[in-house]
Ligand binder design. Structure first.
Ligand code: SF4
Ligand code: SF4
Length: 93
C-alpha cells in the first residue's frame, strides 16, 4: 500500500500562503485541501507517479511517498527527472 505524508511545517500553507501546486498537478485527482492542509482522499488510487513531489513549490522532500509492499520502489529524484526531460527535449529538437 502506498503511504503519503506531508511535512506540514515546511508546506507553504503553514505560512498562510494559499499554495495548492501539488494538488493541482495530481494526475489521479485524489489530492485536496482539508482544514488548510494537503490531504490525499484515496491513497489506494495513487499511482506513485511522484508528480506531486516534483511540483512542490518548496522542494521534493515536503511530500513523502512510500510503498510498504515494495520498499525498493522509491520516487525518482526531481533532479534526475529534469535531466531526463532535458535530454528528451534535445533529442526531439
Ligand atoms: S504520486 Fe501521483 S497519483 Fe499519487 S498523489 Fe502524487 S501526483 Fe497524485
Ligand atoms: S506544493 Fe508543496 S508547499 Fe505547496 S501546498 Fe503542496 S506541499 Fe505545500
Amino acid at each position: 500500500m502506498i503511504h503519503f505524508e506531508v511535512d506540514h511545517e515546511r508546506c507553504l500553507r503553514s505560512q498562510g500562503i494559499n499554495c495548492r501546486m501539488c494538488v493541482d498537478f495530481c494526475v489521479m485527482r485524489i489530492m485536496g485541501i482539508k482544514e488548510n492542509r494537503v490531504t490525499v482522499s484515496k491513497p489506494e488510487e495513487c499511482i506513485f507517479c511522484t508528480t506531486c513531489q516534483g511540483n512542490c513549490y518548496v522542494d521534493e522532500n515536503v511530500i513523502k511517498l512510500w510503498d510498504d509492499e515494495n520498499p525498493s520502489l522509491t520516487p525518482v529524484p526531481v533532479t534526475v527527472k529534469k535531466l531526463a526531460f532535458g535530454m528528451l527535449r534535445e533529442s526531439i529538437s
